[in-house]
Design a protein around this ligand. Structure first.
Ligand code: EPZ
Length: 424
């Protein structure tokens, strides 16, 4: 296991290149199951989650070729030799549940392990299952597995999601693309990653209307062809680095970031004293005043403030003037960064799903523990501004979702290094 040591106090100035989005790449990769022709993806981030999903796809018979230098990934679903995604692979990467819809749509049969919960919540998949049932899949849950069958293929239907779910929307969209007839998804998720998946499906021959709205209409096709697609830039990575620059007081340009996918940040950041500007190809982050101001933030489904930036925003509030209220409405246990930030001197009081953060003049470096992907990066951000050295342990969480985090931060002036964990 590795750890990262950060020496606080440096401003961040310069340009950071934003990678392709993890949460777009994963569903896009599962779409390879829908076609017997190869898909070529550009800008696929070199992340543990991508490699784990490649393992699952190869287990199904998909041929995967990934070049971590060119970030090009070729997936060939020409011969699916298995329809089972086993527990030992799915438990490593819960987004593997996204093979369920494509498998039952293409093969009429799927056996996928229930992903189980994770640190931030129970993460049920009932909405995925209900949605696929609406398309005619016969589903039973046995011994921790979801068994889905559609021997005569899926049939288009209306699918209403009782709760907005990114993954359930993606699973049902992919299945509906090969169903007979038309499907109308209501209360669908609207994230840019959903739009990116829809755009891929359209390039594969699907007919889809309403991408980016909460009503998506999909006219199913008998088959979908191979194509090429570039993964949308990672708005969560971009938002993370925007907060890092805001905290250290620097002036940073986020190359490839799309300002349209960060609208939810503009107003709270401006209130805090930071200006975000740019266009579809870059975002500029500029601190406007000596000290940041505390602001209130509530997480919501897109286009609201994303839960994946909640921990990072909290980190910024710990050193702002005044107080900020952070409310988490998406996951039931996403405040695990609070006790670790408190070890660095942060003043945070949690009441249920809200955390009141009272800004302090300075954080103090300390050894802290990473718990989940976004909580881990919030500790790195705190270390960038803390007095002295901060050591973040168990950083394998970071490798799941941030490509070359140390290199990107060091490239704009941060002082940090990755080291081997001493034997206990
Ligand atoms: C996706 O997870 C992202 N992961 C998450 O990012 C992100 O936090 C989340 O969407 C919300 O934006 C990927 O895209 C791979 P949901 P997903 O289904 O699809 C409940 C990160 O850090 N729910 O939108 O699993 C669920 O428990 C990760 O990159 C059900 O009740 O999220 C949650 O409370 C973390 N039943 C809420 O809905 C279901 O069947 C939203 O979950 C499905 C979800």
């Amino acid at each position: 296991m590795d750890k990262i040591r950060i020496y606080g106090g440096n401003e961040l100035n310069g340009t950071i290149e934003i990678s392709g989005a993890k949460n777009a790449a994963l569903p896009l990769m599962c779409a390879a199951i829908l076609s017997d022709q190869p898909l070529t993806f550009n800008r696929v981030p070199d992340l543990k989650d991508v490699l784990s999903l490649n393992e699952v796809l190869e287990q199904l018979g998909v041929k995967a070729q990934y070049n971590s230098t060119t970030k090009k990934l070729i997936l060939d679903g020409g011969s699916i030799t298995s329809t089972e995604a086993p527990y030992e692979l799915v438990r490593k990467m819960r987004a593997s549940i996204l093979v369920l819809g494509p498998l039952v749509a293409r093969m009429g049969d799927a056996k996928v392990s229930l992903p189980g919960g994770c640190a931030i919540g129970t993460r049920p998949v009932d909405l995925h299952i209900e949605g696929l049932k609406r398309l005619g899949a016969e589903i039973e849950l046995t011994e921790g597995y979801i068994r889905a069958r559609a021997p005569n293929g899926l049939v288009g239907a209306s699918v209403h999601f009782t709760k907005v779910s990114v993954g359930a929307t993606e699973n049902v969209m992919m299945a509906a693309a090969l169903a007979k007839g038309t499907s109308v998804l209501t209360n669908a998720a609207r994230e840019p990653e959903i739009v990116d998946l829809g755009e891929l499906l359209i390039k594969m021959g699907a007919e889809i209307e309403g991408l980016g709205t909460d009503k998506i209409t999909i006219h199913g096709k008998p088959f979908l062809r191979g194509t090429e697609h570039t993964v949308v830039a990672d708005r969560i990575e971009a938002g993370t680095f925007a907060i890092a620059a805001a905290m250290t007081g620097g002036n940073v340009i986020l190359k490839n970031a799309d300002i349209r996918h960060l609208q939810y940040m503009i107003e709270p950041m401006l209130k805090a004293g930071v200006e975000l500007s740019g266009d579809e190809h870059h975002v500029n982050v500029k601190r406007l005043r000596a000290r940041l101001h505390g602001v209130d933030v509530m997480t919501e489904p897109y286009p609201g403030f994303p839960t994946d930036l909640q921990a990072q925003m909290m980190s910024m509030m710990t050193v702002a003037e005044g107080a900020g209220m952070i409310t988490e409405t998406i996951f039931e246990n996403r405040f695990m960064h609070v006790p670790e930030l408190a070890r660095m001197g942060a003043d945070i009081t949690v009441h249920g799903s809200s955390a009141l953060v009272r800004g302090v003049a300075k954080l103090k470096g300390a050894p802290v523990m990473a718990t989940d992907l976004r909580a881990s990066v919030s500790l790195i951000l705190a270390g960038l501004v803390a007095d002295g050295a901060t050591t973040v342990h168990r950083i394998y969480h970071l490798d799941r979702g941030y490509e070359d985090l140390v290199g990107k931060l060091a490239g704009v002036g941060a002082k940090l290094e990755r080291m081997k964990e001493e034997a206990a």
